[in-house]
Write a protein that binds this ligand. Structure first.
Ligand SMILES: NC(=O)c1ccc[n+]([C@@H]2O[C@H](COP(=O)([O-])OP(=O)(O)OC[C@H]3O[C@@H](n4cnc5c(N)ncnc54)[C@H](OP(=O)(O)O)[C@@H]3O)[C@@H](O)[C@H]2O)c1
Length: 331
């Protein structure tokens, strides 16, 4: 029988996938990489001195071969609308824990719908183990500060621009309209308005935008009413004026280092009690590799909960202790 103790990173040669692979190398994890384009994957594998696999996302036999000795997959190949289902099914078949860095709500719902199958296969299934590691840790933190939390509002201030992959993928979020969770159900809010959030020392008005906490942080907190806001328009809003192929891969290391991301969360308890806190993190594309590799590292150390999970339903707030340069500040 093959020992399953390694990590596989699919979509490894993308902008974010490369940084995830570099972080896995930095932490000395035992991993291999994969993707659909041989030249890019081979070049990265040689730089990192790891084994590689070349296959398209629809190649079921190749998935099983690549996953044979793996404990965990990080799927970094987005838009996830086109890759998550195949990768999740491959993990269910191979009995390999699944992580992705999707920001697309339909991928979260797909993971949620596979809960029973994941339990049957003894695997943990987390979609949204990138930025949501910080969002969800903050959500569960504030939820624990009031009695019977009833409403969660989260503002996300993004810094550092967008990768080409995110610009394209964000169309899948923009198409949804303003979704919120109300009395436990996901509904469209046709009357949503901007909301001002405090980010430690300054305030900023953010636009109503479904970020995924209506699924992910509902899983971890059970709060029946959740609203989300973003400091910018989703980058897909600019697509009509842009040709994606002309966009840069993503922000440079210098651009990423020039500022920080922040999440501001407000929770209201059953007695009207209000608690607010901010999560301060490196800019998004610096943070995501740190976060998803921290989660993968837990799995490789046999720390997981089978079934569909969110980052915080599996790891609570404690996962942030394994991510450099991130902190929660009570307001
Ligand atoms: N919320 C978060 O935490 C967060 C943070 C960062 C990124 N993301 C998301 O992660 C995804 C990747 O972003 P990125 O900036 O790394 O984009 P990218 O540079 O375009 O990389 C995407 C990678 O996925 C591969 N890929 C795309 N579609 C594929 C398909 N159908 N089959 C197989 N491989 C496929 C690409 O392969 P080729 O090179 O062969 O095209 C490439 O390796 C995006 O969806 C982005 O929104 C989310």
């Amino acid at each position: 029988m093959t020992t399953k103790n390694k990590l596989l990173i699919y979509g490894a040669a993308g902008y974010t996938g490369t940084m995830i692979s570099e972080r896995a190398k930095e932490l000395n994890l035992d991993f291999e990489i994969a993707g659909r384009e041989k030249d890019k994957i081979k070049a990265l594998a040689e730089t990192l001195n790891v084994l590689y696999h070349v296959f398209t996302v629809d190649d079921e036999a190749a998935w099983q071969k690549a996953l044979a000795n793996k404990q965990c997959l990080i799927n970094a190949a987005g838009p996830f609308r086109y890759t998550a289902e195949q990768a999740m099914k491959a993990c269910l078949q191979a009995g390999v824990h699944y992580l992705d860095i999707s920001a697309e709500l339909e991928t979260y719902q797909l993971a949620e719908s596979l809960d029973q199958k994941a339990k049957g296969a003894d695997i943990q299934l987390i979609s949204g183990a990138g930025l949501f590691v910080s969002y969800d840790a903050l959500a569960i933190y504030v939820a624990g500060k009031v009695r019977n939390p009833q409403k969660l509002s989260v503002g996300f201030r993004h810094f550092g621009g967008f990768s080409r992959g995110s610009v394209i993928s964000s169309q899948n979020i923009a198409d949804l309209g303003v979704l919120v969770r109300r009395d436990g159900e996901i509904v469209t809010d046709t009357e949503a308005k901007p909301k001002t959030f405090r980010f430690v020392n300054e305030e900023e008005e953010c636009l109503p935008t479904p970020l995924g906490g209506i699924i992910i942080s509902y899983k971890s907190t059970g709060i029946p009413n959740i609203e989300e806001y973003f400091s910018l328009k989703l980058p897909a809003a600019y697509l009509p004026d842009l040709y994606p192929a002309t966009l840069p891969d993503g922000p440079t290391a210098e651009e990423r280092a020039a500022g920080r991301n922040a999440l501001s969360a407000e929770v209201i308890g059953e007695n009207g009690e209000v608690f607010r806190a901010v999560m301060d993190t490196p800019s998004g594309y610096t943070f995501t590799p740190l976060a998803v590799v921290a989660v993968a590292n837990r799995i490789l150390n046999n720390d997981f909960k089978i079934g569909y999970q969110s980052p915080a339903s599996a790891y609570g707030v404690s996962i942030i202790n394994e991510i450099p340069d991130i902190r929660i500040i009570d307001l």
